[in-house]
Ligand binder design. Structure first.
Ligand code: SF4
Length: 287
């Protein structure tokens, strides 16, 4: 059960002067505070401005009812900037079906287009907005979180989030629409690496792989113990590297976004291939 509050936000742009996103982005935008997906490993409660205690994470949501108005107000800062949309929430969590704040924001952003827009989600609800997303052209990159090949594992770590199958549906829809997308294997959860590669490679042009971090805010530490063999440092690194090697036109680091084998290039290849994510996107991008 998620307690939802409608709020009037005072601002919508969070400048990125320091931190992992700062070299690639000028601002982040989060249409919601909190997140109903409540992933057990979520790092957002680690932020010092978190309003609620860790055990409450996932149980509350604040809806920025005036988010689109704030974007219009900040249009001169937004036009031509680099924006990461959904750094501390999932913009397509289920509340979006009722409130449509993310859609309102994107409708406003497309009027004052940033030079670069990255949206990150775990949710197939994004399919609703495919036509709108297409209007951003090559300035847009969508990261779809695929953390494991196993929906049983997903249910353990991300019980409130959409199934892996639904996320693959989203990747397929994005590919068919020609929307630039990558798969975010961050954090990589226990998985059959070969099967995961097989699942995602038909749909994505790049992958981002990163490890589970922030044990201090992990709300299901028993899962880290249960799958200790998978998370054991050396074998975990080896699994990430194995997946990274499946995408040979890339940087060698498994923390970089990697281009796929040429046989798996999509979206017209070079048109979207020129839009690279920064290496600094090596944190656990979660939402
Ligand atoms: S990791 Fe992302 S989708 Fe999951 S709870 Fe955190 S913000 Fe929401």
């Amino acid at each position: 059960m998620v307690t939802v509050n409608e709020i009037t936000a005072s601002s919508i742009l969070t400048p990125q002067r320091n931190g992992s996103l700062s070299s690639g982005y000028d601002f982040t935008i989060n249409p919601y505070l909190g997140c109903g997906f409540a992933c057990s490993y979520c790092y957002v409660p680690k932020f010092p401005n978190a309003r609620h205690s860790l055990p409450e994470w996932g149980g509350w949501l604040e809806v920025k009812m005036n988010a689109a108005d704030l974007i219009q107000k900040d249009r001169t800062r937004i036009f031509g900037s680099r924006i990461f949309f959904g750094s501390a929430t999932d913009p397509y969590q289920y509340a979006e079906l009722e409130y449509g704040i993310t859609r309102q924001c994107l409708e406003m952003l497309v009027k004052y287009p940033p030079k670069r827009l990255t949206i990150h989600t775990r949710s197939h609800l994004m399919i609703r907005d495919i036509e709108l997303l297409k209007q951003f052209g090559d300035t847009l990159s969508v990261g779809v979180s695929i953390t494991t090949d196993s929906d049983a594992i997903r249910q353990e770590f991300e019980p409130q989030a959409p199934s892996i199958y639904r996320r693959l549906e989203l990747l397929k829809a994005l590919k068919n629409a020609g929307v630039n997308a990558f798969a975010s294997l961050a954090p990589l959860l226990p998985t059959n690496a070969d099967r995961l590669i097989e699942l995602i490679s038909p749909y994505v042009s790049r992958v981002l792989i990163d490890e589970a971090r922030w044990p201090e805010v992990n709300r299901s530490p028993e899962l880290l113990d249960k799958y200790a063999d998978f998370f054991e440092h050396e074998s975990y690194q080896a699994t990430m590297q194995k997946i990274a090697r499946a995408f040979p036109q890339k940087r060698s680091s498994h923390r970089a976004i990697a281009a796929p084998p040429s046989s798996h290039t999509h979206h017209g290849g070079s048109a979207h291939g020129s839009h690279k994510e920064p290496l600094q996107l090596k944190l656990s991008l979660s939402a």
